[in-house]
Design a protein around this ligand. Structure first.
Ligand code: ADP
Ligand code: RBF
Ligand code: MG
Length: 210
């Protein structure tokens, strides 16, 4: 028998050293690694998920995305979504992003503790796959998250982290053209800002769309 551990507390993997493999969540289980038939729901490097809806004003992060990585991320306030986030594992996800004054864009994001930087707080870091001429701090950003790519990871160098994030971007860019993901671009939630500063998320928007 092989043992795969899924620790429920982050950053405590050292307590599971006798397992054959430690994974972050069941999303990362790969039966084929253990001589079993693979799951067949992955498409083009992505796993479709029940979509979730979060939004709010773009806040200031650590100022690191653009400066250190050359990859700006329009952060949302994680504390506003603690319920939603506790239902979803940290990792790299993708979907559609609506900016009330600008439009709807493809988006890839990380949620978690950014192991390379060893953050103590969980952050939501959406990278919009579009070139903007200016910042949009404070603007209402709406996200529909439709698929999963991989767990957050540590990297031996900044270059390898940057290269991996660009690959995530390419995977999201291509996957979002598949009908299964493309249909969510029409979600009213992306176009329908509530009053300023209101944190939103979850079921109402979902029902509105489905
Ligand atoms: P911070 O740490 O404050 O989030 P970043 O270096 O990550 O700073 O830059 C993020 C800001 O850059 C966003 O809040 C947004 O205003 C702006 N921005 C410009 N282009 C993009 C983009 N393509 N995706 C996300 N944010 C962008
Ligand atoms: N940080 C990590 O430490 N590990 C990761 O695996 C990781 N993956 C990311 C994937 C995407 C698509 C994006 C946009 C960011 C990712 N980052 C990751 C987060 C990055 O560290 C973060 O955006 C910067 O620290 C900015 O605060
Ligand atoms: Mg950022």
């Amino acid at each position: 028998m092989h043992v795969i551990a899924v620790p429920s507390v982050p950053k405590r993997t050292d307590e599971f050293s006798s397992a054959d493999e430690i994974i972050n969540s069941l999303l990362d289980l790969r039966p084929e690694k253990w001589g079993l038939p693979p799951f067949n729901d992955w498409i083009e490097g992505t796993l479709p998920i029940d979509p979730w809806f979060i939004g709010g004003p773009v806040i200031k992060g650590f100022g690191r995305g653009s400066k250190v990585l050359g990859i700006p991320t329009a952060n949302l306030a994680a504390e506003n979504f603690s319920d939603i986030l506790s239902d979803h594992t940290s990792g790299v996800y993708f979907g559609w992003a609506g900016l009330s004054k600008r439009g709807i864009y493809k988006m890839v994001m990380s949620i978690g503790w950014n192991p390379y930087f060893d953050n103590t707080e969980k952050t939501i870091e959406p990278w919009l796959l579009h070139g903007f001429d200016e910042d949009f701090y404070g603007e209402e950003l709406r996200l529909v998250i439709v698929g999963y790519i991989r767990p957050e990871a540590n990297f031996p160098s900044l270059e390898s982290l940057i290269e991996r994030i660009h690959e995530d971007g390419r995977i999201a860019e291509n996957a979002l053209d598949l009908p299964e993901y493309a249909k969510y671009k029409e979600s009213p939630y992306l176009r329908n800002p509530l009053q300023e500063g209101a944190a939103t998320g979850g079921n109402e928007a979902e029902q509105e769309f489905i």
